[in-house]
Each structure stands twice: as structure tokens, then as C-alpha cells.
Design a protein around this ligand. Structure first.
Ligand code: COA
Length: 157
């Protein structure tokens, strides 16, 4: 069974990697799909976001990384999949995720969104918070993969 894990990954965090790792143990194939034009303005370029994602999940042999434009459900159909994976951190994620899953189901009946609870260790992480801390010179060691940590370190070198 193929599952699609979409997101803006701006940048990918240890929280996302945890979800991708757990999804890769549950599904035959996982397509980690990086949206080209996120609904919120992205801070990193698509190339950077893709590079960081590719570099940090290459050890997961059944995870392929793609970028996509348009609707997530179109990508899901393209892969003959019917599962969307999303991570949930706190109750505050619920409303947005609930609405998105209902809309996706309406757009493409048969598509199921499967939510995985973020690991306790990573519940407080968000890409925008990491971006802010890193840009202001704080350490994001252990919260993002090493390629992301190095990228921000270089900005401050
Ligand atoms: N651990 C830690 N943080 C996590 C996490 C986890 N397990 N899972 C998500 N997050 C955080 C991210 O860091 C990010 O933080 P931010 O808001 O500060 O940037 C946030 O949760 C969500 O980011 P991400 O998981 O990358 O998803 P997204 O909400 O940016 O992605 C899409 C949304 C791409 C899935 C959605 O916009 C989409 O489907 N777009 C395509 C167009 C479409 O089909 N629209 C109709 C949808 S109904």
C-alpha cells in the first residue's frame, strides 16, 4: 500500500522524520511530497527544502521524495494511493487537520487521512519556530537533521 506524506517541510524537522520513519514501517511505499507553493509564504526555496528532505530520509529505502504543485489528492491519485499521512502535535493542530481531511475526502472519495501522533520529544517543534531560532543565532541541534543545522550554522559563520 502506498501512502503520501505531504507538507511544506520548511524546513524538515526531527518531528517530520519521526513520522516518516514510522510511516515507512507501516506502508510498502511512502511518497514524501514537498509542496511547491505552500499556502503560507515559505522561508526556504523549494530546492533547499527538497535537498534537506532528500538528505535526511535517504536511509529509509521505501520512502521516495517528490515535489508537487496543485492538489494533494491529485498526487495521491497519480500514485494510485488512497492514504494521506499527517502528523498531529497538539489539540491546536486538530481543527485545521480535521477540515483538511474532510475537504480531501470530498475532493476524492475513498482517500483516507491517517494521523500519527508526534513523538512527545518533538511535540513542541514547528518549522517556523526552528526558522526563527536558527535565524537569530540559537541552536537547533537535535531538533532538525544535521543538513538543516549546518545550513543555518553557515548563515552565522
Ligand atoms: N513534529 C513536529 N512538527 C510538526 C510535525 C511533527 N510530527 N508535523 C507537522 N509539524 C509542523 C511543521 O513543522 C509545520 O510548522 P509551521 O506551521 O510552523 O511551519 C506545521 O506543523 C505544518 O507543516 P507541514 O507538516 O510541513 O504541513 P503544512 O501544513 O505546511 O502542509 C499541505 C500543508 C501541503 C499538506 C496542504 O497545504 C496541501 O495539501 N496543499 C496542497 C493544496 C491542496 O490540496 N489544498 C487543499 C487541501 S484541503
Amino acid at each position: 500500500m502506498v501512502a503520501v506524506y505531504p507538507g511544506s517541510f520548511d524546513p524538515i524537522t526531527m518531528g517530520h522524520i519521526d513520522i516518516a520513519t514510522r510511516a515507512s514501517a507501516l506502508f510498502e511505499d511512502v511518497v514524501l511530497a514537498v509542496v511547491k507553493n505552500p499556502s503560507k509564504t515559505s522561508l526556504l526555496s523549494l530546492e533547499n527544502r527538497l535537498d534537506f528532505v532528500r538528505g535526511s530520509v535517504e536511509h529509509l529505502k521505501n520512502v521516495r521524495v517528490e515535489s508537487f504543485e496543485g492538489l494533494t489528492v491529485q498526487l495521491v491519485k497519480q500514485y494510485n494511493a488512497n492514504i494521506i499521512i499527517r502528523g498531529l502535535r497538539a489539540v491546536s493542530d486538530f481543527e485545521y487537520e480535521f477540515a483538511m481531511s474532510q475537504m480531501n475526502k470530498r475532493l476524492c472519495p475513498g482517500v483516507e487521512t491517517i494521523f500519527m501522533m508526534a513523538d512527545l520529544e518533538y511535540q513542541f517543534i514547528s518549522s517556523s519556530m526552528l526558522n526563527e531560532v536558527a535565524r537569530l543565532g540559537g541552536s537547533i541541534e537535535g531538533l532538525a537533521p544535521q543538513n538543516v543545522v549546518n545550513h543555518f550554522k553557515l548563515l552565522h559563520a
